[in-house]
Design a protein around this ligand. Structure first.
Ligand SMILES: *Cc1c(COP(=O)(O)O)cnc(C)c1O
Length: 360
């Protein structure tokens, strides 16, 4: 069986070791005689898996004790709504940084609940950069400040952590969580859909400082209240058990890689391979300002867009898939999350070099 190099932005490639372990355990987890998929979420086997996944995530990200980890559903998209519902806390509005497609969606939903101040925007340059903190026009009375750590479509990443003083910092880390160490204590809330860099689609992780829990709008819908999920250890209703199990295997895999410091080193190496090639090429180009380029999602264009289909076809013949860019921007995009091996990026660069020689 030949596995492809999968450059999908999400759902994305998972570590092969994790998939093999899941396959080995599919019918009979740890001599329990059942699949994790079949387990009661209240049973001791699943409760153990759940607790271990949380413990490993806490260890990887060094999550302080005063933060709750919630395993939810509804994707990062539901968090666009849960965040204002829970964090506005009677204040008039919140500050948002506009960096592209995902920030735009977060802003749109927050407007349903309060005033949204767009305190910085990269729209002036087609969202090809991360606005510097000195240009953020923050409101010290804002309920929170929201930003998107990595714009999955535009390929723009913050390589620094904003400082918002006493105003809680809220971050959509869907596409770069676990790609490097982060200082969780600088954040009020971090959230991420799992399907980019954590595990299968269907699980959403929220890491939230405990003083921000319990202040939702009056009579919030039960499922939208962080307090309900926190008080019930993410088991108010049936959690996405199999997704949490796979995420747990990914966390253990990350620990075996040496933790997030080692993982970051490898991600820097992979991104450099691709960007160095792009910068040396007269045929391929990346539009993002150098210091803000994403290590996870690398959009690029061919000099002649009429060759896009030929490029994709040749990639597929070489077992490299999902390189087509997002429909909103066109061109190509290589997503190179944690699970993408260096060999995958090397194969892509070798193919791009060959393609440029033939068509450049
Ligand atoms: C994919 C993505 C989302 C949306 O995630 P869903 O799980 O599909 O709701 C939001 N923000 C970012 C940065 C993403 O990459």
């Amino acid at each position: 069986m030949a596995r492809v190099f999968n450059f999908s932005a999400g759902p994305a490639a998972l570590p092969e070791e994790v998939l093999r372990q899941a396959a080995d355990e599919l019918l009979d987890w740890n001599k329990s005689g059942q699949s994790v998929m079949e387990m009661s979420h209240r049973g001791k086997e699943y409760m153990g898996i759940h607790a271990q996944a949380e413990a490993d995530l806490r260890e990887l990200l060094a999550i302080p004790a005063n933060y709750k980890v919630l395993f939810l559903q509804g994707g990062a998209t539901l968090q666009f709504e849960m965040i204002p519902v829970n964090l506005l806390r009677g204040k008039a509005g919140a500050d948002y940084v506009h960096t592209g497609e995902w920030a735009k969606k977060a802003i749109k939903e927050a407007k349903l609940f309060g005033q949204v101040n767009v305190v910085a925007s990269a729209e002036d340059a087609n969202f090809n950069y991360a606005p510097a903190q000195k240009d953020w026009k923050l409101d010290k009375n804002a309920a929170y400040v929201h930003y998107t750590a990595n714009e999955t479509i535009g390929g723009v990443e913050f390589h620094w952590t904003p400082d918002t003083g006493d105003v809680p910092l809220v971050c959509d880390m869907s596409s770069n969580i676990l790609s490097k160490p982060v200082d969780v204590s600088k954040y009020g809330l971090i959230y991420a859909g799992a399907q980019k860099n954590i595990g299968p689609a269907g699980l959403t992780i929220v890491i939230v400082r405990d003083d921000l829990i319990g202040h939702a709008v009056p009579t919030p819908p039960t499922m939208l209240d962080y307090k309900i999920h926190a008080d019930n250890d993410s088991m108010y209703n049936t959690p996405p058990t199999y997704g949490i199990y796979i995420a747990g295997l990914v966390f253990q895999w990350l620990k075996r890689q040496g933790g997030l410091v080692a993982v970051e080193r490898k991600n820097i190496e992979k991104a450099a391979l691709l960007y160095d090639f792009l910068d040396g090429s007269k045929f391929f180009a990346n539009p993002v300002r150098k210091q803000d380029r994403s290590r996870m999602n690398v959009p690029f264009t061919l000099k002649n867009a009429e060759l896009d289909d030929a490029f994709l076809k040749g990639a597929k013949e070489r077992n490299m898939i999902q390189l087509k860019g997002h429909r909103s921007v066109g061109g190509m995009r290589a997503s190179i999350y944690n699970a993408m091996p260096v060999a995958g990026v090397e194969a892509l660069v070798a193919y791009m070099r060959e393609f440029e020689r033939q068509h450049g």
